[in-house]
Design a protein around this ligand. Structure first.
Ligand code: KG4
Ligand code: ZN
Length: 357
């Protein structure tokens, strides 16, 4: 009897684990970036191609899911071809295909997952479904090739803010999470209220550069409390109220001061709680992950907080902070080293496994 697709995938996965330098193709389409990358042996990026949809979504002030799905459909083939070409390899050289299958916009995830399934089936390669959040964490392995778990990680992206203990490359324990908005979401909403274009996080950071972070005290009792959970919507509402009150009184606010004060309140909460978690759980390394890790003030604040307690601070190179496929290929490598390949029936899911913990 001839070998089924999945029997072949299992056989090739066993071969993958024995290879000295296996090649993983990564595919990412969870939000507004269509990305593909080729990574050798889990940590060496041979190519990383990204097509960003930001200019299109900027017209609407945020991501329009239907437009995102259509754009992924149009771009995916070209982005994958580009990644293979830049890596100087062909599909037959690739040993396995990994793809983000959760969390994200469901239509956007479906495009990448369907493409990866088709590719894996047609080319006879093992398929690996990757959780996007674990991919963000793995971006640190690219920047620090010697970094190995256990370590504490603070994940701050557009949809998630979690303190995660990384027990192994594929084992995670949730220590703290946001009770309401994610850090990036709060940045985007405050930026929008200030009339800044999408995506608001980097624009707000630029505005904050000329501001005084001490001008407004926006810290909340919840974030200064003992637990490891965050709350960012109160800080966001405080900013919006300050602007409304000033408007009603015909006064003007110093937007740079307000932006800097907001950024200070968010970065203080992220840094203090995650470093305390690292100390409490006996971790001597703290890594930063997710789109907000591109924020210079957050990187500096975390570095300072880690220095105070002799903790090593790791953060991804700027190009691997926001969504990319190199981080997905990197995590996909570790998933395949530890687990069977995914079946072709694997379903995209809007929620992360961390939200389900
Ligand atoms: O990880 P990511 O690219 O997508 C998600 O998985 O959500 O994160 C995007 C988020 C957005 O909210 C964006 O505003 C925020 O990361 N972000 C920043 C900066 N760069 C991206 N927030 C603050 N400062 C930045 N420099
Ligand atoms: Zn992301």
């Amino acid at each position: 009897m001839s070998e089924s697709y999945y029997e072949k995938a299992l056989r090739l996965a066993a071969e993958y684990r024995k290879k000295e330098a296996p090649l993983m193709l990564g595919i990412e389409s969870s939000c507004d970036e269509t990305a593909a990358a080729v990574v050798r042996n889990g940590r060496e990026v041979l190519s990383a191609s990204v097509h960003t949809q930001i200019p299109v979504h900027r017209l609407y002030g945020g991501v329009v899911p239907e437009i995102a799905s259509r754009s992924h459909t149009e771009r995916m083939g070209g982005v994958v071809r580009d990644a293979l070409e830049k890596a100087g390899v062909t599909l037959s050289d690739i040993d396995a295909v990994s793809v983000t299958y959760r969390p994200g916009l469901i239509g956007a995830l479906l495009v990448g997952a369907s493409y990866a399934k088709g590719l894996a089936f047609a080319a006879g390669k093992p398929l690996v479904g990757v959780d996007h959040i674990t991919g963000h964490i793995a971006a640190n392995y690219i920047t620090y090739p010697e970094l190995t778990p256990p370590f504490m990680c603070i994940v701050a992206s557009g949809g998630h803010s979690h303190i995660v203990r990384v027990d192994g490359c594929t084992e995670f324990t949730l220590i703290g999470r946001t009770r309401d908005d994610a850090a990036g979401e709060a940045f985007d909403k405050v930026a929008r209220a200030m009339g800044l274009p999408y995506p608001g996080g980097p624009e707000l950071e630029k505005l904050a550069k000329d501001g005084d972070p001490e001008a407004y005290r926006l810290h909340t009792a919840f974030n200064e409390g003992e637990g490891y959970d965050f709350s960012f919507s109160g800080i966001k509402t405080a900013v919006v109220n300050i602007m409304h009150n000033a408007e009603q009184k015909g006064e003007s606010v110093n937007r740079a001061d307000l932006a800097a004060s907001f950024q200070r309140a968010v970065t203080d909460a992220l840094a203090v709680k995650s470093v305390r978690a690292a100390r409490e759980y006996g971790m001597n390394t703290l890594a930063l992950a997710g789109g907000v890790s591109a924020n210079g003030a957050l990187r500096e604040r975390l570095q300072r907080e880690c220095d105070k307690f002799g903790i090593r601070f790791c953060r991804p190179d700027m190009k691997y902070c926001t969504d990319n496929a190199a981080m997905i290929a990197c995590q996909g490598h570790y998933e395949l080293m530890a687990h069977d390949p995914s079946p072709l029936s694997i379903d995209p899911n809007a929620a992360s496994f961390l939200q389900m913990q």
